[in-house]
Design a binder for this molecule. Structure first.
Ligand code: UDP
Ligand code: MG
Length: 325
């Protein structure tokens, strides 16, 4: 569990949360645009920057901004922890009643906030921005992401929406639930989907990166994908168990065939039948045992993850009507 660092602070209406890793080139423009949106709210807000161990002057520029803006909070991580942990640290430090998470590179336009707030006003706990188009990304990346999101949706235990990154507006109670989850491998979008409540998509066109380079080259993207699948699902393990059981069954069939050939066909080379039986029997026993281990491992994985076993949305108690006839 990550205890919130904001419980004794006054809660602003909204927190903007922006993880930044070597975003020096976009920082000034991003701040200007986010600030503009914040001011237009005409309600208390805060802007939380997380400096994820940048090696350029991102942090220096952030600090310079804090001297003029009391709404700004800068969280400086000790080194580069990666996007998902930077987000987790940021969530721990956000005090807002509502929290908008967005990328620092302006691929997620902050100006969409009022429309997202309007959706939340109608009772949503999460308004997640779903990419209608993503012109800004290279074709190969778009393709890799499309495959990943579809694979993830098939594999994960609770449905994770397609083409949805970390750009989303969340209510305080959702963020508090996320902070309650003690798992170390944190795949935030999967965790948010898992929490439940009412989650509503909001379609948008993903812009081009304003400046600088993507921090997710192919290898990092692949690592995120594997992390995402392993964190959100024990299905691969279960699939492996079922495949093990199926092959073990097929092996038994093969043993039958080897014995049949030996008894009735008779033209088998010497030693072939016994060799085949030993190899297949050992193979099938191993597969079966691996499958059984897989089942237990899946359960241990879920136990160790330590998520709450249920979340109550509300409790409504019956009452006598105040107006008596
Ligand atoms: N980011 C981070 N730590 C990292 C990598 C990325 O905080 O180790 C931030 C980055 O500064 C940006 C967001 O995560 O605000 C998304 O990264 P990026 O835009 O490079 O990813 P892409 O949009 O290309 O997938
Ligand atoms: Mg980006």
């Amino acid at each position: 569990m990550i205890s919130p660092l904001t419980s004794n602070l006054e809660r602003p209406y909204l927190s903007f949360l922006l993880p930044c890793y070597n975003e020096s080139e976009v920082l000034a423009e991003m701040y200007k645009r986010v600030k503009g949106v914040g001011e237009s709210l005409q309600k208390p807000y805060e802007i939380v920057f997380v400096n994820d161990g940048s090696s350029d002057d991102t942090f220096v520029k952030m600090l310079a901004l804090t001297t003029e803006d009391p709404m700004l909070v800068v969280v400086d991580l000790s080194r580069n922890h990666g996007h998902q942990l930077a987000l987790s640290a940021g969530l721990q430090c956000c005090a807002g009643e509502r929290i908008l998470v967005l990328d620092a590179d302006l691929q997620d336009p902050p100006e969409l906030l009022p429309q997202m707030l309007a959706v939340m006003d109608q009772g949503a706990d999460v308004v997640f921005a779903q990419r209608r188009t993503r012109r800004g990304d290279a074709p190969l990346k778009r393709m890799a992401c499309a495959v990943f999101y579809r694979l993830l949706q098939r594999l994960s235990d609770t449905p994770i929406p397609l083409d949805t990154g970390d750009f989303r507006l969340m209510s305080r109670r959702v963020v508090d639930q996320i902070l309650q989850m003690p798992e170390r491998h944190r795949f935030i979008r999967g965790m948010v989907s898992w929490v439940g409540y009412r989650q509503v998509p909001f379609l948008y066109d993903r812009e081009k990166r304003f400046a600088g380079e993507t921090k997710y080259p192919f290898i990092r993207l692949l690592r995120l994908a594997l992390d995402g699948i392993a964190a959100s699902s024990t299905r691969p393990l279960m699939l492996a168990s079922y495949a093990g059981a199926l092959f073990a069954f097929l092996c038994l069939g093969f043993i039958g065939y080897a014995l049949y050939s030996w008894f009735f066909v008779g033209k088998t080379p010497q030693g072939w039948t016994s060799l085949m039986i030993i190899v297949t029997l050992l193979g099938s026993v191993q597969l079966l045992v691996l499958g059984i281990i897989g089942q237990y491992l899946g359960r241990i994985h879920e136990q160790v993850r330590g998520r709450p076993i249920f979340i109550i949305r509300d409790i409504v108690r019956g009452q006598t009507s105040a107006i008596k006839k």
